[in-house]
Ligand binder design. Structure first.
Ligand code: NOJ
Length: 559
């Protein structure tokens, strides 16, 4: 049964996966819906609440499916609409929701709309795209894919005109000035919602409209249209969610929540690299600063927090100096870099250091927002930096130590991408089956962490207050919701640290550590001292003060 709370998204744990990479149900080397359905029990076991599926529409796959050739069907290698409906039913039966990518900004140049549009200036879909006789319009718009594109305009010899594209030159932007486009895309959305889909991760939303003398991002007309989308959802569908991909500064993302009448959720892009900076420089400041610059959002809205996804670890929201630092710290080998970012998975980024993987996950799972896990990161999967584009982080999921990592029974040469098989991250040892059996594996730890988070609404809904201890290697904060307060303490350093926390207002309280459910010394007058091993962390519940007669008061009265 699905959680009927209209604010379910505020408590949910999300899991991002590519149908193609998850599990192959028909042995052709490509993952599919039939395979994913077989693995829903695993996702339920892990404790996931909502799946985010990467684009599964027919596509020439020159941008891994973000180049859509038909918005209303499913690529045949993944299955049929019937399979998709079955997936929704099976997921819902297990209490899991499903959202998919909605690519509003552009289509593939193979889309029938573009194919028709390019044939003549009076073709019925000509005005679905943005054309120009010159490539000089909108000069203030930046180029996003700087490593592959030279201009946002590409000459189309058939159309005898330039067309506008913010991403690859095979991905023409849709023309949102055209009311037919605006209607058509709302109908696309309704088509999927009518099948029972629970919402969308809306791709590249800042770029829908263009206007001269602007940077063509975050324009008021874009927000107006997005609000229309939301209104049409609210009118006809219940419990659905819209998640914005707006890779922008928090102040520019804030308007995407509107007054609670635009997106329900948005990724917090700039926070992500700062988590990596914080742990590498052993300094909490980059993380805290980012929250200082993060405005309040409407009560029904939520941030989405993540460490990694299917793209490069983007450094767009970093200063030049910060970027240099991140490249130096995390991608000295140029093969690890893509566009403005680093195309690596979580475990290799963190030197396969289990302590750091836990630490960063712990932060993402306890700061305000809903966390997203990228498939495979729950077992510390590795990457393959030698594959082109961002494919190095999109390889098949590791299920077992069998052929093809248990992902497919096809001949290995048939796989859509090779499995990771190196000595450190190879599927022979890094796989779900092995980690399920090992009580203290990363996978079992992740499962436990998810379960603890889900027991306490404070993580999804609570207020945030950073503490300010003198030891700057310690990131400590309080979250509070209704009667509950939790204290989160993280040691960003590779050495053991002690910290004195000012918890005077909790005098008399006996803290309880949430993972082990053990009690800590009672909080007294003096600063509260904690010691933390390298990269370690505490999730501590601060229940209301206990009576002096508590059976524990003798033991801890010394503090
Ligand atoms: C954002 C997606 O996350 C990325 O994978 C894609 O390349 C761009 N949008 C362009 O479609």
């Amino acid at each position: 049964m699905l959680n009927q709370d209209p604010l379910w998204h505020k408590d949910a744990v999300f899991y991002e996966l590519h149908v193609r990479a998850f599990y192959d149900g028909n042995d052709d080397g490509i993952g599919d819906f039939a395979g994913l359905i077989q693995k829903l029990d695993y996702l339920e076991w892990l404790g996931v609440d909502c799946l985010w599926l990467l684009p599964f529409y027919p596509s020439p796959l020159r941008d891994d499916g973000y180049d859509v050739a038909d918005f209303r069907s499913i690529a045949s290698s993944y299955g049929t609409t019937e399979d998709f409906r079955r997936l929704l039913e099976e997921a819902h039966r297990r209490g899991m929701r499903v959202i998919v990518d909605l690519i509003l900004n552009h289509t593939s140049d193979q889309h029938a709309w573009f194919q028709a549009a390019r044939t003549s200036p009076v073709a019925p879909t000509r005005q679905y795209y943005v054309w120009s006789e010159t490539d000089q319009k909108y000069p203030r718009a930046r180029i996003i894919f700087v490593d592959t594109e030279k201009s946002n305009w590409t000459w189309d010899s058939e159309a005898q005109a330039y067309f506008w594209h913010r991403f690859f030159s095979h991905q023409p932007d849709l023309n949102y000035e055209n009311p037919e486009v605006r209607r058509a895309m709302i109908q696309v959305m309704e088509y999927w919602l009518d099948q029972g889909l629970d919402g969308f991760r809306c791709d590249a939303v800042p770029y829908l409209f263009e206007r001269e003398d602007t940077i063509c991002e975050n324009l008021p007309e874009t927000h107006r249209y997005l609000k229309e989308i939301r209104a049409s959802i609210d009118q006809r569908y219940k419990g659905r969610v819209l998640l914005a991909e707006a890779n922008q500064w928090p102040s520019d993302v804030r308007p995407y929540f509107g007054d609670g009448d635009e997106f329900h959720m948005a990724f917090h892009f700039p926070l992500m690299p700062r988590l990596f900076m914080g742990v590498r420089s052993e300094d909490r400041q980059p993380i805290i600063d980012m929250f200082k610059h993060t405005p309040e959002i409407p009560p029904a809205c939520q941030w989405c927090l993540f460490l990694r996804n299917h793209d490069e670890l983007t450094l767009e929201m970093c200063t030049g100096e910060e970027r240099d630092y991140m490249y130096y710290a995390y991608a000295r080998d140029p093969q690890m870099r893509r566009n403005i970012g680093i195309a690596r998975r979580l475990a290799p980024l963190l030197d396969n250091d289990r302590r750091k993987v836990e630490l960063l996950n712990s932060i993402v799972f306890t700061l305000p927002g809903s966390p997203i896990i990228y498939y495979g990161d729950e077992i510390g999967m590795g990457d393959n930096i030698h594959l082109g584009d961002r494919n190095g982080v999109r390889t098949p999921m590791h299920w077992t130590a069998d052929r093809n990592a248990g992902f497919s029974k096809a001949d290995p040469s048939q796989l859509f991408l090779p499995v990771v098989a190196d000595a450190v991250y190879g599927y022979q040892s890094v796989n779900i089956e092995a980690q399920k059996h090992a009580t203290h594996s990363l996978l079992n730890w992740m499962r436990r962490m998810i379960a603890i988070r889900k027991k306490h609404k404070v993580f999804g809904r609570g207020t945030l207050e950073f503490l300010n201890p003198t030891n700057e290697k310690i990131l400590a904060y309080l979250r509070a919701y209704e009667q509950q307060t939790v204290l989160l303490v993280h040691n960003l350093a590779e050495s053991s640290q002690a910290v004195e926390l000012d918890l005077g207002r909790f005098k008399g309280v006996v803290p309880e550590e949430l993972f082990g459910e053990s009690r800590f010394p009672v909080i007294g007058e003096r600063p509260y001292v904690l010691t933390l091993g390298p990269y370690s962390y505490y999730w501590i519940h601060l229940p209301a003060a206990r009576s002096r007669n508590s059976p524990y008061s003798m033991e801890w009265s010394a503090i």
